[in-house]
Design a protein around this ligand. Sequence first.
Ligand code: SF4
Ligand code: SF4
Length: 382
Amino acid sequence: MKSKVYFINLRASMKETLFQKLDKLLERAGLSEVVGDRDLTAVKIHFGEMGNSAFVRPIYVREIVKQIKKTGAVPFLTDANTLYAGAVPFLTDANTLYAGTRGNSAEHIDTAIKNGFAYAVVDAPIIIADGLRGRSQTGIDIGQKHFDTVYIGSEIVNADALVSIAHFKGHELGGFGGTLKNVGMGSASRHGKLEQHSGIAPKVKRKKCIGCEVCVEHCSQSAISMEADKAKIDADGCIGCGECILMCAQAAIQVRWSKSIPEFMEKMMEYTLGVLTSKKGKALFVNFITDVSPACDCLPVSDAPIVRNIGMVASQDPVAIDQASADLVNQEPALAGSCLQAGLEPGEDKFRVLYPKVDWTIQLEYAQGLELGSRDYELIEI
Ligand code: SF4
Ligand code: SF4
């Protein structure tokens, strides 16, 4: 059976504002079926890296919070910390460093507020899912190909219900980033993120290491030693907790990005399964197909959108909503002045042009195989 994906375009008038249309979208997609009286509801969102400007606007989040509150539920905004802390350089290539201002709860909340997600705007508190340093995690047993257990930010597991609000855009490792990534990668603890990005121990960039030994002191497994005044990680002893990455102020310890993009996508889908295992019948997904930037909101910059602002979709099926969103983007002609130099016509695959080596269908196909949802959908325009 086809999964239902509800859609609103961005036309509005004095008779019906976009906020009213958004309310209808949530109602038709079944918000009141999945959240109810006193449900502590995790509103999973990406607050945007400092310098990014394409993330979902806080005023729309406020409207969704309002509708959740109307059901009697108690919403809080949440995301899990990123792998790195501190303002260290970003590079956009998949094999290079990823860093930013959301690696611990203090800076994460500070970034969220500066990006507009203050309580006074969104009318809900921010609770970072995996605690101050990303150590607060709950293991969920899934018994799948890559993972027996996945590690999710505890407050997302503890919540009674989940409403995912995702900004649909291009992504360097997934082709696109939507609901599945927002839930799977976004809810993972630092250890969980590290597991998805790499199956092996982090590496030391010897040129950056100043020999301070902070990482040695913080490695619970005694897997780091000093060799000629530089840190060295014993891959056999390392459990991939990511602690040393966070503690190294020189950003000398880095993830070994998985060479295998398909494997990365499969791992991310297994994490999505882990998150949703505890939310059966208690999850709703919303994608904003607006400001469709070519790359992830984790970057401290947003390039020009590749297509016009299309609208918003909502569904109880996390696979169908991402398939529908990808199709809606690809049905559009590319916007003049964007980074796209090919794939400009309606029907051409914009994400494959952005990331030729990334087959984005893998994440959808694997998620479907995990019975997270269906690629077969019915688009219902409201
Ligand atoms: S914390 Fe960083 S700079 Fe210090 S020894 Fe470890 S790797 Fe080198
Ligand atoms: S990832 Fe964890 S276990 Fe591995 S070297 Fe770093 S601190 Fe030690």
